[in-house]
Structure formats: structure tokens, C-alpha cells
Design a protein around this ligand. Structure first.
Ligand code: C2E
Ligand code: MG
Ligand code: MG
Ligand code: MG
Length: 292
């Protein structure tokens, strides 16, 4: 029965309550055993610097590989992992695996090829995160400057004072902090100035409808101005077309990520992409013009 449930992906649209509760228990047990059986994998999505035209980092994105080879997406297991606390061991595995891989990409002395790791709201709340990050960096030998932690706007706002302390200690280690899905929190922007941050990642929803001089362009322009004044880097996610990338460069974004640059992929595919990526910097001029 559990096997059959697996291939149907873990969505529960019209299940009755009993069935629902039972399926959730099966899923929880499956996540546990999936972890111990090594079924989780990371894919890496490239991030492109519009200043240099180079891929200078990646975001690690978790997938759950089923025995049949099928990859289950985060939205089908992360909510439950978060609710049950399983996100702690899963998140610890993600961090360790991403740092292990990034250490291979970053031999000593080379310029940093950054790896971004998503940190869930629950992980952010415990004091353990600082110790976990320190221990993982020590074990893998990764230079802290090559690690970026992505926290969501809503997680940051919820407990701003405590989170601020945690983020400050993380930054003292030498890594950077990005605010993921920026602009979706419906909050006052004032929190941004109180928090120790390095980067804002503009949510995909603003990039989707982006056209020259439309409402999304106005919002992105405002975020870029905010970022510049607070000395934060601006990244944009969900970039699917050349036109969006061109517009983001004209608006002064620093970094772009999305299917147009590359899908989440294996380290092997990433190496091939980087080797073949056009290295010219057609956007450098636009970005620096926008900075004036
Ligand atoms: P996110 O951190 O905002 O990651 C970006 C998501 O957008 C990824 O979905 C990525 O595959 C997708 N994406 C990237 N470029 C494009 C594009 O051009 N168009 C469209 N339509 N989508 C694009 P994914 O991998 O399914 O992850 C969804 C969310 O799950 C992530 O959103 C993140 O919040 C969470 N997540 C993923 N991996 C982890 C993890 O290891 N730990 C934690 N705590 N959360 C994770
Ligand atoms: Mg997805
Ligand atoms: Mg992210
Ligand atoms: Mg996001």
C-alpha cells in the first residue's frame, strides 16, 4: 500500500480525514526511512552574475528519489517535514551534502563558487543552527564565504529579534544571508534595515509578468533602490526568458536565476553547462549604467 501511495505523489486532495491521517503517517515514516536509506538528493540551479556574465554560484534544491527513479518535488514532502520536525534531520543532511559538494568546487585559493542552502523556518528558530553550521563547515572544510543561507521573509519577520541574533552570529562565521521570496511577505519593509543581511532575492511572481515600465518593473526598481541604499545585493529568481533577463539587467539586478540560465541539475550537468556557457558579459554595461 505504501508503495502505491508513493508513485501517486503525496497529495491528498479528496481523501477523507481518516485516509488523510493514515497517509500522513505513512509519509512521515517514509521520510524517516528515506533519510536513512539515502533517498534524498540535491540538484543545483545556476546563478548568473549580470556584472561578469559568469555563473558564480548555485542554489541547492532537494529532491526525493523513489526506488523507481521518480523524483518527488519539495512541495510534496517539505510541508509535512516542517510540521513533524523531520525538517531538522533532513535540513542537516541538505546542509552537509551541499557543503561537501561545494568544498569540491572550491579548492583553497580559488575565487568562491557560492552554494546557497535553503533554511526552513523551524531550523532558524533553534539555537542549534549555529552549532550545526560550524560543525558542518569544519567537517567539510568549506570556506564559510562560499556558503549562503536563504531564509524566507515570513520566517524572519515572525521572530525578528531572535532571528536577528541568530543571523548575526551566522554572519560572524563568515557566510552570507539572503532573504528568499522577497516581496511576498506583505510586511512593512522596515525589518530589512534592522537585520544583518547580504542579499534580497526577488520573488518569481514579480519576474513572471515583468515588461519594460510595467507595475512589476516599478516594484523591482523600488527593491533595487532599497537594496542599493542598504548595501544589499539583489538577485531575481524565476527568470525564464532572455527578455526578462535583459529587463532585470536594465533595472540594476546583480544576480539572476531561473530556467533561462539553467534548471536545477546534477553536478555533472552543471560542469558541462559552465564549460559551454558563453562567457561574454553582454549585461555588464546595462547593470553598471543602472547603478549610476
Ligand atoms: P525556492 O527556494 O524559492 O526555490 C526556487 C524554486 O523555483 C525551485 O523549486 C526551483 O526549481 C524553481 N524555479 C527555479 N527557476 C524557475 C523558473 O525559471 N521558473 C519556474 N516556474 N520555477 C523555477 P523547487 O526546487 O521545487 O523548490 C521549491 C521550494 O522548496 C524552494 O523554493 C524552497 O523554499 C523549498 N526547498 C527546496 N529545497 C529545500 C531544502 O533543501 N531545504 C528547505 N528548507 N527548503 C527547500
Ligand atoms: Mg519545483
Ligand atoms: Mg531558495
Ligand atoms: Mg524563492
Amino acid at each position: 500500500q505504501a508503495k502505491a501511495d508513493r508513485t501517486g505523489a503525496y497529495r491528498f486532495f479528496d481523501a477523507g480525514m481518516d485516509v488523510l491521517a493514515r497517509r500522513l503517517m505513512v509519509l512521515e515514516a517514509d521520510i524517516r526511512s528515506g533519510l536513512s536509506r539515502g533517498e534524498f538528493v540535491l540538484l543545483y540551479q545556476p546563478q548568473l552574475s549580470l556584472h561578469t556574465g559568469r555563473i558564480n554560484g548555485v542554489e541547492a534544491l532537494v529532491r526525493w528519489r523513489q526506488p523507481d527513479g521518480n523524483l518527488i518535488e519539495p512541495r510534496d514532502f517539505l510541508p509535512l517535514a516542517e510540521e513533524t520536525g523531520l525538517i531538522r534531520p533532513l535540513g542537516a543532511w541538505v546542509l552537509a551534502e551541499a557543503c561537501r559538494q561545494a568544498a569540491l568546487w572550491n579548492p583553497p585559493g580559488a575565487p568562491c563558487f557560492r552554494v546557497a542552502v535553503n533554511i526552513s523556518p523551524l531550523q532558524l528558530r533553534g539555537v542549534d543552527l549555529i552549532r550545526l553550521v560550524q560543525a558542518t563547515l569544519a567537517e567539510t572544510g568549506l570556506d564559510p564565504r562560499c556558503l549562503d543561507l536563504e531564509v524566507t521573509e515570513s520566517a524572519v519577520i515572525r521572530d525578528a529579534e531572535e532571528v536577528s541574533r541568530v543571523l548575526a552570529q551566522l554572519r560572524d562565521i563568515g557566510l552570507t544571508i539572503s532573504v528568499d521570496d522577497f516581496g511576498t511577505g506583505y510586511s512593512a519593509l522596515s525589518y530589512v534595515k534592522h537585520l544583518p543581511l547580504d542579499r534580497l532575492k526577488i520573488d518569481r511572481s514579480f519576474v513572471e509578468g515583468l515588461k519594460p515600465a510595467n507595475a512589476d518593473a516599478a516594484i523591482i526598481a523600488a527593491i533595487v533602490t532599497l537594496g542599493r541604499n542598504l548595501r544589499l545585493e539583489i538577485a531575481a529568481e524565476g527568470v525564464e526568458t532572455e527578455a526578462q533577463m535583459r529587463e532585470l539587467a536594465a533595472l540594476g539586478c546583480d544576480i539572476v536565476q531561473g530556467y533561462h540560465i539553467g534548471r536545477p541539475m546534477t553536478p555533472k550537468a552543471l560542469a558541462a553547462l559552465i564549460a559551454n556557457h558563453p562567457n561574454a558579459a553582454p549585461y555588464a554595461q546595462a547593470v553598471s549604467a543602472a547603478a549610476k
